[in-house]
Design a protein around this ligand. Sequence first.
Ligand code: FAD
Ligand code: SF4
Length: 509
Amino acid sequence: MRNLIVVLGDQLDRHSAALDDFDPDQDLVWMAEVQTESRHVWSHKARIALFLAAMRHFAEDIRARTWPIEYLYLDQHPHPDLASALADTLARRRPRQLVMVPAGDWRVQTQIEAVCTQAAIPLTVHPDRHFIAQPEEFSRWAHGRQLFRLEHWYRRLRQRTGLLMDGRQPLGGQWNFDAANRNAFDARGPGLLWQPQRFAPDALTGEVLSLVARLFPDHPGSLAAFDWPVTPTQAHQALEDFITHRLPLFGRYQDAMWHSEPWLYHSRLSAALNLKLIDPLTVCQRAEAALHARQAPIEAVEGFIRQILGWREYVHGLYRLWMPQWLEWNALSAHEPLPAWFWTSETDMACLHQVINQTLQTGYAHHIQRLMVTGLFCLLLGVEPRQVHEWYLAVYVDAVEWVELPNVLGMSQHADGGRMASKPYIASGRYIQRMSNYCSGCRFRPDQASGANACPFTTLYWDFLDRHQSELASNPRITPQLRNLERLDPSSRQNIRQQAKQLRKQLRA
Ligand code: FAD
Ligand code: SF4
């Protein structure tokens, strides 16, 4: 045999460079479902099901091309992990080389390299064309920089791709329309929302759902609402549905939250993008076409393209640059355990109950729910970053380490000391009150930092500033918040410290 082409669960790009010169007479596609990939973090049932369903649909497409494939089904082989399954295939097939694109998880890439070395079989890793920028472009851009800022990288990619450009100038005269975005809903809420297109499980996905329910009964989350796109055709339908019904208001309500409304104006495309059922440039170009067709205003289109061309490519570049060290950083010396109710949603903090419960039901939360509710609580409480990372990697259907880890450890937990984001994203309960209606159904008061009704976010916010005052003093972006801390009288500060201490003790118990 000539080439063994390894295709991992998040590499389902039908046009992958690994398949470029595939010769059915000499090559073999190899895919494996293995238990450890669902268990190394305690994965949500919907996350496991989505990966397996999309993999099985990919395998069907390969078979439809009449290409040979060796596909190991989860309950039909004896191998506990990817390394032992691959080692066994290499021993039996003895290909001249193994071919792949880079794994989205540093741990998996290292395992595959070790198996190839052990078997003395060369490994060829092709560039992953799914991404708009290759890691080499990112590291050339990063070379010699003291400060890494999304905005600089984003503008460079706008210029290189021509997306939203008018010659050398940004379309509409501005790079960024943030000022027109990020509104909250008024007291009437979002009103009647157009519900996103659902993709009811077909027979293949139905089998996977039964398998997951049978093999992973104790795993978190529910399969009842499973309706994610699992093929490229469905991913394109999901994109069209978003462009038509939700993109026009995407920017304006990007940061808003509302009780029992998980989707609002978000695209729900992250899982399809991360499994590579659809590529990011296509998505951005489609959004730009909607602008030119007057289907959506520039602030919505720019806000959306910024997330994909900007943030998504940025975190990918940083992950390739800083792994594996990133996993070890804990700049704020945070050592609290993750509260157990993160796995059940059983808390009387209404915002956390709402976001975690929604996560367990659907495997989804939008960016601000992740950053400014669950992430914020962990940051303020001082939860050990690795535990926070493992929770996020487990519970979201779109969680692949290259995109999850930078968002959690860099943006949300500030564990890298500000290498990725220029300041810790901290706020009191008043921010959640402003951006959602969660507080109206909560027994706590977001404006109170101490006392029986104090909102734990507000207590922990002041306590965070108090605990980290000296480290944060040199950060000009935090200066206004530290000035407010200075304005608190000594007895209020003492009460907050006491209350925060008590809260930590309760949560540890
Ligand atoms: P939309 O709000 O419609 O945004 C459009 C697209 O932009 C998304 O589909 C996504 O591909 C991209 N995008 C938006 N924000 C980011 C970002 N910060 N980084 C990278 N891409 C972005 N995204 C993941 O894909 N996987 C994760 O595991 C993940 N973990 C996160 C953890 C934390 C703590 C935070 C704060 C963010 C995380 N994100 C993650 C980013 C973001 O929350 C999700 O991409 C988004 O909520 C997915 O929903 P959507 O497709 O409806 O996105
Ligand atoms: Fe969350 Fe505090 Fe508002 Fe309750 S009062 S919903 S805990 S922010």
